[in-house]
Design a protein around this ligand. Structure first.
Ligand code: DGY
Length: 330
């Protein structure tokens, strides 16, 4: 019998590859840059399983190249790069890694919030450029107070809730808007549900935690930025296209809002000559929300276990399309 084959589209933790090698022949993409669609198609032509990251676009055209594919395992919680419906139509299971990364991602969210509020990146650049000439000045480098301010969470999923908890630790008032209202969380944590307009106009910090879908593309654009306070700070560590980058540039340069902090951009990576990078009131990190050693290791392990389960014909730990289990006798 031929061994199952899996293609892993990026180098991952060796222990995760070791786990996969117990169920299949493993082919790992060796380069730092991801395979292009043509290369990916070649690699999965005979594959039974595929481990993907958010940089691999998995749509009908790529799936046409992979007639044997039974399982896709995404090394992320976000699935906007994977056409899950198309995979389901073809009877392909899709795994993902929810939950595991919520705390690490919210840590970066709060680091961005603090950094933008207290102008950490901007003042650090000033020190390195030789600008620090006197020890202290009562009027230098004034920033926004975080303690006691209002934090508006857009999308109260697992990461949004972790962000809210961090805000509560700083004695913030936490308001939220989410597709579904969560009365039990409101009661447990003292969160207030508000309509989107109220969230935008009342928050000192607006933090985005919504998935990217056709409906949420440019969720924050000119009208929303104009609704925010001139002292407000926007934080995005969801997906870049949730914010309209041109509108954000105008809002930051014309000071409709105070500052923004982004861990995700549109496009991603952001080109070095993007006008946003000229702004001092922007804090930016390169999509590092989940990048703590233990979280990334655990994400790799879960992705490997999801893939191995799919190859073995078993249920996964985290499946994005469990509705197709019955068609597979599971
Ligand atoms: C996710 O999981 O969706 C992140 O963006 C990548 O860690």
């Amino acid at each position: 019998m031929i061994n199952p084959r899996v293609f892993v589209s990026r180098k991952i933790f060796p222990e995760a590859l070791e786990l996969l090698s117990q169920v299949a022949e493993v082919d790992v993409w060796p380069d730092e840059l991801p395979p292009n669609p043509q290369e990916l198609g070649n690699k999965i032509a005979n594959a039974d399983g595929l481990l993907t990251t958010i940089m691999d676009r998995i749509d009908a055209s790529i799936l046409d190249r992979a007639p044997r594919l039974k399982v896709i395992s995404q090394l992320a919680v976000g699935l906007d790069n994977v056409d899950v419906e198309e995979a389901s139509r073809r009877g392909i299971l899709v795994g993902f890694t929810p939950g595991i990364l919520s705390k690490a991602t919210a840590d970066v969210g709060f680091a961005l919030l603090l950094s933008a509020a207290r102008r950490i990146g901007e003042s650090e650049r000033w020190v390195r450029a030789g600008g620090w000439e006197m020890s202290f000045h009562p009027m230098y480098w004034l920033g926004a107070e975080v303690n006691g301010a209002t934090l508006g969470i857009v999308g109260l999923g697992q990461i949004g809730l972790e962000m809210a908890k961090r805000g509560l630790g700083f004695d913030m008032r936490v308001i939220y808007h989410s597709r579904t209202r969560k009365p039990e969380l409101e009661e447990k944590y003292g969160l207030e549900y508000v309509p989107p307009q109220e969230l935008l106009s009342e928050s000192d910090f607006v933090s985005l935690h919504i998935p990217l879908t056709p409906e949420t593309r440019h969720f924050i654009s000119e009208p929303e930025l104009r609704m925010m306070k001139p002292t407000a700070i926007l934080i995005n560590l969801a997906r870049g296209p949730v914010v309209d980058p041109k509108a954000l540039y105008t809002a930051l340069s014309e000071k409709w809002i105070q500052a923004a902090a982004l861990d995700v951009t549109d496009p991603e990576p952001i080109p070095p000559d993007d006008p946003l990078l000229t702004l001092d009131n922007l804090v930016i990190t390169p999509h590092i929300g989940s990048a703590s050693v233990s979280t990334r290791r655990e994400m790799c392990m879960v992705a490997a276990r999801n893939l191995a389960a799919g190859i073995r014909g078993e249920k996964m730990e985290h499946c994005a399309n469990p509705e197709i289990y019955p068609s597979k006798g599971l």
